[in-house]
Structure formats: C-alpha cells, structure tokens
Ligand binder design. Structure first.
Ligand code: PDD
Length: 284
C-alpha cells in the first residue's frame, strides 16, 4: 500500500510527491533532518527533536517553514493516516529551490518533506539481545557534526564498509579518539563508569543521548563525558550506542575483538529497559 507523505503543505500519495531538481537539498546537500521514533503509535521525545531542528536551522541561517505546533500536527497526522504503530517519522527541511549557485540569495521558500517508515519490532529488536559488531574507521566528515545536515555520504560509505566486513556498524575515530557511530552516539562502561564523548562540534548532540544520560544519573550510575580511545573501548566491560532508531543497543565486538564477555552487559540492558519505559510513558 502506498504511503501518504507530506510535501510543502500537502499530504500526497508517495508516487505523486515531487521536489524540484533545482532544490538546494538535492544539488548541495543544503538541508537538515530529524528522525523521530514511534512506539505504540505515539512520538518518542518529540520536543527534543523539534528543539534540535530549530538549532540546526539557526546554525545554517535557515528559516523554519512551520511552527513547532504545526510540525507536531504533521507528524501525528502522518502516523495516523499511515497506521504506524512502531517505526519512524523522517523530516527534512532544505533551503529550497534556486538556480544553481554556490552562494544563496533571498529567493525561494524552504522545502519541507516528511514521511513515515513502518518498523514492526523496533522496540523488541533481537539485536538488543545479541549485540552489535562494529569496525573502526577514520572520521572523514566535515567539522560541524553538531548540525544534523543531510550530507550523509561519508557515514553511508562507513556503514557499507562495516557491512562488507561482516559487521553492523562503524565507530569513527579522529585524532585517536572515537567520535561516534555512523548514525548513533558511542559509549563504553569502564571502571564502573559510563563514558561517552563530551558535546561539541565533533559529534551530533543525540536526543537519545540526553535522555539516556539523564536516566543513568537517576539510576545513580556514574557518567563521565570525555573522549575515549579504541584501546580503552576494547578493554572495557561493556560498550553500547544510542539513537532514535536503536534506543540503547549493546556493542559486543570491535574490529573482531570481543568487548567484555562478548555479550550484552547489564548496564546497557538496564538503560534500555528504563529508557524505553520512561519514553513510552511520556510519548505523545
Ligand atoms: N541518526 N550521531 C549521528 C551521526 C546520528 O546520525 C544520529 C542519529 C545520532 C543519534 O541521535 P538521536 O539520538 O537524536 O537519534 C548520533 C538518525 C537516527 C538517522 O540518521 O537515522
């Protein structure tokens, strides 16, 4: 069955949705995005995603084409008409249509597109019981990774390299320290502490990261926000990642070497459980 998608004010069957070939999102990756998960037909941490969207737009001097209230209505309407119980809502805003020129002018309205992806079993993911395998790869992305832009070529290539190596994902490394996964934030558990890279321009400020660290602190777990190396990660008791699509997902292997006992650990399992419970309760 065809999905209903949202394009610039209209709800359309996906086959009828159109964006111009002159859209700067297409020509220059001049756009930003958000991915919000859906559980029980409701949006997980929508305010967090709306706030980060505003920040990404502001950093790129772009106007938001809609208010937060309108954005919430569009998200909810797409979830409703497409009958999404578990899955995601993808949102993209680009600078809009203009004749091709590196410099942008005042012309054109932003382009806004939203669509849903149904993912039954998103929360009860068997990978959470098995754990993920990651490889390490150099981080060759641009320097403003705190802005959630649609220029995802390097992370896509890194993900393909991981697949070719028989792994699930890649952890990117810069100046000897892990930055993050291709589409998730990275953590280790060592010396009884949860360690994850501090916020800055080198990583995306994950909405799941913020919630999971809050949960960890509520559970009296110790959290250290600082860079860590691959060596430290390989010697850690546990490793895991967080994102809107994976929630809290254990990592059991890095570059072919087991982390801890090579199976998901108790810290990641507990954080996943409490995070999901709290987020389901607060979903809208
Ligand atoms: N990715 N780091 C990167 C590079 C990401 O692309 C993402 C999200 C995250 C986690 O952020 P959050 O917790 O807000 O989802 C960290 C989304 C899920 C994606 O591109 O599909």
């Amino acid at each position: 069955m065809s999905r209903t998608v949202y394009v610039n004010g209209e709800y359309l069957p996906e086959e009828e949705a159109r964006v111009s070939v002159f859209d700067r999102g297409f020509l220059f990756a001049d756009g930003v995005y958000e991915v919000t998960s859906v559980l029980d037909g409701r949006l997980i941490d929508f305010p967090g995603h709306a706030e980060r969207l505003s920040r990404s737009l502001r950093e790129l001097e772009m106007e938001s084409p809609v208010t937060d209230e309108q954005l919430l209505d569009i998200h909810r309407e797409l979830v409703r008409v497409n009958g999404i119980e578990e899955g995601m809502v993808y949102l993209q805003v680009t600078r809009g249509v203009a004749d091709r020129d590196f410099a942008w002018g005042a012309e054109g309205e932003p382009t806004i597109v939203l669509f849903t992806q149904s993912k039954p079993g998103l929360a009860d993911n068997p990978k959470a019981r098995e754990g993920m395998k990651v490889i390490s790869i150099a981080d060759r992305r641009w320097g403003r990774r705190d802005i959630k832009t649609v220029q995802l070529l390097y992370p896509s290539m890194a993900k393909m390299a991981a697949r070719k190596a028989g792994a699930d994902d890649a952890w990117m490394v810069e100046d000897g320290f892990v930055t993050e996964g291709t589409s998730n934030n990275a953590y280790i558990v060592t010396g009884g502490r949860i360690v994850t890279r501090h916020l800055g321009e080198e990583i995306l400020h994950g909405i799941t990261r913020a919630a999971v660290l809050r949960v960890a602190r509520d559970l009296q777990m110790e959290v250290e926000e600082r860079p860590f190396t691959l060596e430290e990660a390989r010697a850690a008791d546990e490793a895991f990642v967080t994102s809107a699509s994976t929630f809290v997902m254990p990592v059991v292997e890095i570059d072919g070497a087991s982390v801890g006992e090579g199976r998901p650990g108790p810290v990641a399992a507990r954080l996943r459980e409490v995070y999901l419970d709290e987020m389901r309760a607060a979903a809208i």
